[in-house]
Design a protein. Structure first.
Length: 294
């Protein structure tokens, strides 16, 4: 006798295919036990079953489970791993098609202003993927670092010069150690002078950064005021949902960031993008979404 490994129906000898599900018959059910792969609505299960068969899984089939009221795809246990991999491929492709369809519908129903925002958000996302990552340092931090370096260099240089002078004048009896080597003191004096010059240069650089700090603080104040008046979390999320309705929770963080930066870039031209990244992360995101952690 012949048996269907999916439906468990018995057939007379000579029949090769199950009339109900299309699976190839086996001589004994023990030869090829089957397992449920996935449960769901019959239409979706039929699609998955067709996908499996088109990829060489001949003994798969769709059955009805009266207990749950759902249909399920039944596959040979010996082929369960391959069927699971194929199922993942199918579900990923299906999700991609659904996102594309949702995006097309959103574009079709969007106003010209909404379309412009979508384009800018897409451009910002592309820029974020192609731009080389960089760590932004504020002008204030650069100023402080230059001042600290300047003081260190000046102290080392001037301290060395004073030490050399005291040694040469005999106040510090160091000649015994260096055997009166004026060449040694000359080299050390040259190095100390280099330290002093480098310290003065660092002080000048710090002075230049002081002006940048004022300009940067003014820019931050202007940006913060504009963001308070023009950015609303619910508006941003609505535009994001138009592009990808499946995004929820933490997955919204990066799209929100990119849309915020796109809007700021649209309003303020030629901003340093590393500065903008830090400003949005440190100030704007918490302002727009005060009840969420970045």
């Amino acid at each position: 006798m012949a048996w269907c490994p999916v439906c468990k129906n018995e057939y007379r000898p000579g029949i090769k295919i199950c009339a109900d599900c299309g699976a190839e018959l086996v001589e004994s059910l023990d030869e090829n036990p089957s397992k449920a792969l996935i449960y769901g609505q019959k239409e979706l299960m039929d699609d998955i079953n067709g996908f499996l068969k088109s990829n060489g899984v001949k003994e798969s089939g769709v059955l009805y489970d009266p207990t749950s009221g759902n249909s399920y795809v039944n596959v040979p246990e010996s082929d369960l791993k391959r069927c699971t991999d194929l199922l993942n491929v199918y579900m990923n492709e299906r999700e991609s098609r659904m996102k594309q369809k949702a995006m097309q519908e959103a574009v079709a129903n969007a106003t010209p202003e909404q379309l412009e925002v979508m384009k800018k958000m897409a451009a910002a996302q592309q820029s974020a993927m192609t731009r080389k990552p960089a760590v932004y340092e504020s002008s204030k931090k650069k100023m402080e670092e230059n001042k600290a370096s300047a003081w260190s260099l000046l102290i080392a240089g001037l301290g060395g010069i004073i030490f050399i002078v005291l040694c040469l004048t005999g106040v510090i009896p160091a000649n015994n150690f260096f055997q009166g080597s004026y060449l040694f003191f000359g080299i050390m004096g040259g190095l100390c002078l280099i330290f002093v010059v480098a310290g003065i240069v660092s002080f000048k650089s710090a002075k230049g950064f002081e002006k940048d700090v004022e300009s940067e603080n003014s820019l931050k104040a202007t940006l913060e005021t504009w963001c308070k008046e023009n950015l609303r979390g619910e508006d941003i999320d609505r535009y994001i949902k138009m592009r990808d309705p499946s995004l929820e929770g933490e997955s919204l963080f990066f799209p929100r960031n990119e849309l915020i930066k796109a809007r700021i870039n649209h309003q303020f031209m030629n901003l340093d993008q590393d500065f903008l990244d830090r400003f949005v992360d440190d100030v704007v995101y918490e302002m727009v979404y005060p009840n969420e952690e970045a």
